[in-house]
Design a protein. Structure first.
Length: 130
């Protein structure tokens, strides 16, 4: 049987992500297949600076990111995943990215062109029960 957790425990685990990221963490967007946790990254498309704090307190097993400022893309490709790091680039978590049904929602198209503005319209991480 799969592990089920109380909402209090799920929220605490999510809030630990915010604590680990600290102030001015980063959301790095990449192309290709998401590697094994903290594995070698693919092509970096854009680096966005997260809010301080990066999210409001988790509720009902969901962590909602604060507003993320737009940035200019540094490479061209299709964005498929993201990596959350501290401001010093220390790995915290990997997540999915795209235009719908993912942790990180990108405005417009997930196809990013170098020099274009990259906007994140929503970012959430859910700690669910099976």
């Amino acid at each position: 049987m799969a592990l089920g957790m109380s909402a209090t425990l799920r929220n605490a685990r999510l809030d630990a992500i915010t604590t680990a990221v600290g102030n001015a963490g980063k959301l790095k967007l990449y192309n290709g297949s998401q590697p094994a946790t903290s594995g070698a990254a693919t092509t970096l498309l854009a680096t966005l600076i997260l809010g301080t704090p990066m999210a409001t307190a988790a509720a009902a097993g969901t962590l909602v990111f604060a507003t993320i400022a737009d940035v200019t893309a540094v490479a061209s490709s299709t964005c498929t995943w993201g990596r959350i790091t501290t401001s010093a680039d220390v790995f915290v978590a990997d997540c999915t990215a795209g235009t719908s049904g993912t942790d990180i929602i990108i405005a417009g198209s997930s196809t990013i062109t170098s020099g274009q503005t990259v906007s994140v319209t929503a970012a959430t991480i859910t700690e669910g029960n099976p």
